[in-house]
Design a protein. Structure first.
Length: 370
């Protein structure tokens, strides 16, 4: 792909195998608020994307993640706050002047245009000469592995191929920011995994600042530099995938990012106490009192009945390739999922005991639960 100035292409031809390193913009949301009637979709939303960073917005439906992306794109107006791109407030600029590349869940390819013509479309709107358009479209298709599909129409392409064309179309204009709104959710599982890895590879090669919206925590953890977990229009926690998984700020984060068992307990003198076990806290400053305790499935162990641990009845056990997950119901009705090796084969109805490994846990005061 080549750089353009004043809507004309430069004479430098860059090999598809060595795409240009684009300028990654710094994006800042500051106090952004958006209301839809009586519903506040964004509530003082604050987030900074560093140059060339890949940030995923993760959260349940209605948490505001797509609204934040659309506000950055200029597809939604805001009621308060500012959005800066490289220090310039773009809050009032139309979409056409924000220099954003966008890929959505729907491929939205023009059915009467070939893949190459679809990729060229944005360049045509910018007045780029025909020869330069074709060269840059060819390079963009090569970047997504479809250089030999330029003449095919949408109905001749698979879903994954159509989304690759949509990605090439977003990148060919060399935008300052790439916006991805649930781009993989319409694809089958195997294609989704392959394409998310390709998106990450391309983003890394180009160095383009990227905001990726998804409800799939596996996708977010697999490819993002940082993940921002949203709840009710605000960011509940932001950090690296490892930080969010290993040091969740609350049981909500622990439950939404990965799997977590939610159990009632009490904090006393810097420890969570439940089922006769004392567990260290991720946040030792937590005040004493009743709490909800989040315990990861891998931080529990199965043991035969009659040894130390909490007794319970196996209600289900499922095979996941390299591991198994077994569900155990305690006498008080609470249920936990235990993650363990595949050589142990519990069956529904078996009496088992569950032991805590002693790993630190996150807790939330019961009075603070939403």
């Amino acid at each position: 792909m080549t750089r353009t100035t004043n809507n004309t292409s430069t004479s430098t031809d860059v090999s598809p195998s060595a795409p240009p390193k684009l300028h990654g913009a710094v994006v800042e949301f500051s106090g952004v608020t958006k209301n839809f009637g009586g519903h506040r979709a964004l509530d003082g939303f604050d987030l900074t994307l560093h140059a060339g960073e890949f940030v995923a917005l993760l959260g349940p439906s209605g948490s505001g993640k797509t609204t934040a992306l659309r506000a950055l794109a200029g597809l939604e107006s805001t009621d308060a706050g500012i959005i800066l791109v490289d220090g310039v407030d773009v809050s009032t600029l139309p979409t056409s002047r924000r220099d954003m590349g966008m890929v959505f869940q729907a491929y939205s390819l023009f059915p009467h245009l070939s893949a190459g013509e679809n990729v060229e479309f944005g360049l045509r709107m910018r007045g780029v000469a025909a020869a330069a358009r074709r060269r840059r479209a060819r390079d963009a298709l090569a970047l997504v592995g479809l250089d030999d599909h330029s003449d095919r129409f949408a109905h001749q392409l698979s879903g994954g191929q159509q989304q690759r064309v949509a990605l090439a179309r977003a990148l060919v204009t060399e935008p300052r920011v790439l916006l991805l709104d649930e781009p993989l959710s319409a694809l089958d599982a195997k294609v989704r995994v392959t394409l998310r890895e390709e998106i990450r590879r391309i983003q890394t090669e180009l160095g383009i600042t990227t905001l990726f919206v998804t409800h799939d925590q596996d996708e977010a953890l697999a490819i993002a530099d940082r993940v921002a977990v949203m709840r009710d229009g605000r960011i509940e926690q932001v950090g690296t995938p490892e930080d969010l998984y290993s040091r969740p700020a609350s049981p909500f984060i622990a439950d939404f990012v990965g799997l977590s068992n939610q159990l009632t307990g009490v904090v006393l003198n810097g420890f969570a106490e439940l089922y006769g076990t004392r567990l260290p806290l991720l946040d030792p400053s937590q005040a004493d009192g009743p709490v909800l305790v989040a315990v990861r499935p891998e931080d529990l162990e199965l043991a035969a009945d009659g040894v130390d641990g909490v007794g319970g009845l196996v209600t289900a056990s499922s095979f996941h390739g390299s591991l198994r997950r077994t569900r155990v119901r305690f006498a008080d009705g609470a249920e936990v999922t235990v993650q363990h090796g595949v050589r142990v084969h519990p069956a529904p109805g078996d009496n088992m005991r569950v032991r805590f490994t002693g790993a630190p846990v996150s807790v939330e005061a019961v009075t603070n639960r939403a």
